[in-house]
Write a protein that binds this ligand. Structure first.
Ligand SMILES: Cc1cc2nc3c(=O)[nH]c(=O)nc-3n(C[C@H](O)[C@H](O)[C@H](O)COP(=O)(O)OP(=O)(O)OC[C@H]3O[C@@H](n4cnc5c(N)ncnc54)[C@H](O)[C@@H]3O)c2cc1C
Length: 240
């Protein structure tokens, strides 16, 4: 296997056009490759500056999960800190989690930040939404978002042999022209739900709007957790 380590976007684009397979920390692909054979041509973004940024409104795809700190919003930091074991977090990357994993604990956090995916295609760098990058498995360079007023994230304990654990992510955003908007994303029984509701100072009213949408279909334990998370978030001083 020829492993490329591009240091510029143009070099990355060249290897992408040549068919190099993206690789993050190889926590998922290694076992498959050992079983089915290694690709001839692979590419890691670990030396590409654009894929290694950790800033208040940007997170690079090659960033290793345990490097995600308080430079990014709480929701993303907490999501990263709950992935797998310490050994996994020391190796696994943002790109591998969002694009390559099935659990994708970072996805609900990115959804409530209304994050955009910065991707590289053979034609060049472009932005797309998260659903598209997940569906088409495009080469992710980074995530970009606007700083929320406040945010939170909780992951319930996993039941052995059961579905992936319940996750609730929430973020409150200022709206251009005035007002605030709450975004909530929930992973329940392997399905991801996401909703938005205006917040005018009344948490009960905002929750009612959420239940009128897709979150109303959630099972009772998930609804209870959403209720607790949203109430806690909106009670914060910054939430008003
Ligand atoms: C023991 C264990 C526990 C885990 N627990 C959790 C958990 O609780 N929550 C959770 O969400 N995940 C969990 N995972 C999955 C973990 O998040 C993934 O292993 C990890 O995110 C994959 O990252 P990686 O960088 O190692 O990807 P790799 O194994 O290198 O790649 C995985 C896939 O992603 C693709 N890929 C990598 N980078 C990019 C990119 N920049 N653009 C496009 N495609 C890319 C690769 O081509 C490949 O198809 C667990 C994994 C293990 C092994």
């Amino acid at each position: 296997m020829l492993l490329r380590l591009p240091t510029s976007v143009s070099e990355t684009q060249e290897y992408l056009t040549q068919g190099a397979v993206p690789i993050g920390g190889a926590t998922l692909v290694w076992a498959t490759w050992q079983r089915d054979g290694f690709p001839e041509h692979a590419m890691s973004l670990r030396d590409l500056p654009e894929a290694n940024t950790i800033e208040p409104e940007t997170l690079g795809a090659a960033v290793v999960l345990n490097r995600i700190d308080d430079r990014v919003p709480e929701v993303l930091r907490r999501a990263a800190s709950t992935v797998g074991t310490g050994a996994v977090r020391r190796t696994a990357t943002v790109g591998g989690n969002i694009v390559g994993s099935t659990l994708r604990c970072l996805l609900p956090a990115a959804l409530v930040l209304d994050a955009r995916a910065v991707i590289l295609e053979p034609e060049g760098v472009t932005e797309t939404d998260l659903a598209e990058v997940v569906a088409k498995r495009q080469l992710l360079l980074s995530l970009r978002w606007n700083t929320p007023i406040t945010s939170n994230y909780v992951k319930a304990a996993a039941e052995p042999g059961g579905p992936s654990p319940l996750v609730v992510a929430a973020a409150l955003h200022a709206v251009a022209g005035g007002g605030t908007l709450l975004r909530v994303a929930v992973r329940s029984e392997d399905e991801v739900f996401s909703e938005t509701a205006a917040y005018h100072g009344d948490a009960g009213e905002t929750l009612s709007t959420l239940w009128d949408g897709s979150l109303g279909r959630l099972p009772v334990p998930a609804r209870e957790l959403v209720g607790r998370q949203v109430t806690e978030l909106l009670a914060r001083p910054g939430g008003r």
